[in-house]
Design a protein around this ligand. Structure first.
Ligand code: PMP
Length: 421
């Protein structure tokens, strides 16, 4: 039955819309940290960073259902929900970031951030990291090098390496990132391009899951500000408490972003995203650019978003991410003596990367082995993925309700896979 569905899917969706796994997963239901397939098998979800509260969290389901039954419309009428939600959301940020604009996807949020930054600064230059992914619109794809050969980086784009904590000492990284960003600024200027933004993940995801040493973003942010540009923190992945250490990843660095883009877990699956920003940034853009988004921040999105924020706080999910994240990393590290394929365990909270190598002394990446591990875990009903510039970093981002017992399942499963390879 799956084979027939795959054939229909390929015929109607085409080749760009790819599935995970050679033997794709046919899911029918989700609950908490578990997913269920059409054959009735149960999978531990250690990959999904959208359903942060757990799949189909009753509180969010209820909020969405209740609001859907009463009113959902575009955002040009006065409605309390969006105001209540925007107040609750901005209250989780430092005081300077006190206004919100809503979109439906992270891509749109980054697209809008660039447009605002270019308007405000009068510049066009963009600095991002070597393997960044910031989204799919044409403007954002121009500074998302991880999209590969189908995308050409814009002439106004410069990229810098993300901090590689496996191959560089912390003090080297602290200094290097700022220096690289300064060099990119200088290069833009040499070409007559005024810098508009530095945009980075605050935990680098597609660059290889690097958290980097605390504070390392500061010199780079100072450099872009000195050059008249803005700093955009892409929190689409690390945001909403995933790092455990703070609600927002940038807070680890003592920096003040001008704009913060958010998405993914914002509605626990209901599509919503946005920008939280300093009011000064949109003061001129707003009245002149007349931004409008049909669905962004509609009454149902606001209700879903509010339920997510309330649940993160009431269930202590940020604290859980910190505690279980630490426990999980310790568990993974305890495997390194026995299994030399594990070169490095890193991350923050429940945003964890495990670098797989052929030889730990040489730190030589092993993408083939990484794929076998991901597939081996799938056979053991545990879902993760792989990432990084050399496709050799296990990407582990479970729902924030992950328990110690779930972490044990993952660590034991990984040990079991490694034993057989
Ligand atoms: N920024 C980052 C860091 C992301 O990981 C993603 C999605 N993977 C996006 C932006 C784009 O978000 P969306 O898919 O909602 O457009």
């Amino acid at each position: 039955a799956d084979r027939a569905l795959i054939a229909r899917r390929e015929k109607v969706l085409g080749p760009a819309y790819r599935l995970f796994y050679e033997k794709p997963l046919h899911l029918v239901r989700g609950e908490g940290v578990f997913l269920y397939d059409a054959a009735g098998e149960t999978y531990l979800d250690a990959y999904n960073n959208v359903a942060s509260l757990g799949h189909c969290h009753p509180r969010v389901v209820e909020a969405i259902n209740a609001q859907t039954a009463v009113l959902n419309t575009h955002t040009r009428y006065l409605h309390e929900g969006i105001v209540d939600y925007a107040e609750a959301l901005t209250a989780t940020f430092p005081e300077t970031l006190s206004q919100a604009m809503f979109t439906c996807t992270g891509s749109e949020a980054n697209d809008l951030a660039v447009r605002i930054a270019r308007f405000v600064t009068g510049g066009t230059g963009i600095i991002a990291t070597d393997l960044a992914y910031h989204g799919l619109t044409s403007a954002v794809a121009e500074f998302s090098p991880s999209l590969g050969e189908a995308v050409t980086l814009g002439p106004h784009v410069r990229t810098v390496p993300a901090p590689d904590s496996y191959r560089h000492a912390p003090d080297v990284m602290m200094e290097k990132f700022g220096r690289d960003v300064q060099a990119a600024i200088d290069d833009l200027k040499r070409h007559g391009i005024k810098p508009a933004i530095l945009i980075t993940d605050t935990i680098f995801s597609s660059d290889g899951i690097f958290a980097g040493p605390k504070g390392f973003l500061k010199p780079a942010v100072d450099a872009i500000h000195a050059a008249g540009g803005l700093f955009v923190a892409d929190e689409v992945q690390p945001g909403f408490g995933r790092t455990g250490e703070a609600m927002w990843g940038f807070e680890r660095h003592g920096v003040q972003p001008d704009m913060v883009t958010i998405g993914k877990p914002m509605g626990n699956g209901y599509p919503m995203a946005g920008i939280v920003l300093r009011p000064e940034v949109v003061a001129e853009f707003g009245p002149r650019a007349r931004y409008f988004n049909t669905f962004g921040g509609n009454p149902v999105a606001a209700a879903a978003g509010k339920a997510v924020l309330d649940t993160i706080r009431e269930e202590g999910l940020q604290e859980n991410a910190l505690e279980v994240g630490r426990y999980l990393r310790e568990g993974l590290e305890s495997l390194t003596d026995r299994y030399h394929a594990i070169g490095d365990v890193r991350g923050s909270g429940l945003f964890v990367g495990v670098e797989i190598v052929a030889d730990p002394a040489a730190k030589s990446p092993d993408a083939t082995l990484t794929t076998r591990i991901v597939n081996g875990l799938r056979e053991r009903r545990i879902l993760i993925s792989a990432s990084g510039p050399r496709a050799n970093v296990l990407k582990i981002r479970p729902p924030l309700v992950f328990s110690r017992e779930n972490a044990d399942m993952l660590v034991d499963g990984l040990a079991d896979v490694l034993k057989t390879l």
